[in-house]
Design a binder for this molecule. Structure first.
Ligand SMILES: C[S@@+](CC[C@H](N)C(=O)[O-])C[C@H]1O[C@@H](n2cnc3c(N)ncnc32)[C@H](O)[C@@H]1O
Length: 191
């Protein structure tokens, strides 16, 4: 990859495109949770574009917008919360869980994905978007990124069915899915 695109703003440029792609992917979901939502941008985009009910959680609230907003009675909100502590959300109550560029930063990703599975209804979808190991992101920030197959295994180990992971955007982004199959009791993960 040439030095000319080895810049921090590479990802800011592809972000709106990723948000549109995520929106199309989750367009049929009525109620969505964004794990590691950062500045609440995707949460607002989905709520405004698709009129979905969207909650974002982030362990740091540093960049949240100051107020909640309402669109035709459909509210979105971003709250300061560890993605591992989702006890405020009922079992099987959401249609989709999404996480963008955040799973690699999370401690206990397996436990977080088990929580994501608990709150998804049967047939509900988890969508993980992250940077892959050995990518441009690695050169920029040198964090511990996963390979696609590692995210696929995390999803499988958390009990998701049809776990899949592939590279998109010139192999600079991992796009991974899993589906909630059935009852959430007796989950396999205790880590
Ligand atoms: C690289 S930022 C991505 C933010 C946003 N998703 C985006 O697309 O811009 C990763 C975010 O994950 C959050 N994060 C890390 N560990 C977390 C955890 N255990 N629970 C919730 N959020 C977490 C960080 O605070 C940070 O805002």
């Amino acid at each position: 990859m040439s030095q000319s695109i080895l810049k921090d703003d590479f990802y800011e440029k592809i972000k709106p495109r990723l948000h549109r792609r995520i929106g199309r992917e989750l367009r049929l979901a009525g109620h969505i949770l964004d794990l590691g939502c950062g500045a609440c941008g995707l949460v607002q985009y989905l709520a405004q574009t698709y009129r979905q009910k969207v909650i974002g959680v982030d362990i740091s609230s540093g960049s949240f917008p100051r107020r909640r907003h309402t669109f035709d009675g459909r509210r979105f909100r971003c709250i300061r919360k560890d993605a591992r502590q989702l006890g405020f959300i009922k079992d099987a109550s959401l249609d989709a869980v999404v996480s963008v560029w955040a799973l690699h930063e999370m401690e206990h990703p397996g436990a977080i994905l088990v929580e994501a599975r608990r709150i998804l209804r049967p047939g509900g979808e988890v969508l993980i978007v992250d940077f892959p190991r050995d990518s441009l992101a690695q050169k920029l920030w040198d964090e511990k990124y996963y390979r696609p197959e590692e995210i696929k295994m995390l999803l499988k180990d958390a009990g998701f069915k049809d776990a899949r992971a592939r590279l998109i955007e010139k192999e600079q982004i991992i796009w991974a899915h899993g589906q909630q199959s059935a009852a959430t009791r007796g989950l396999p993960y205790h880590g």
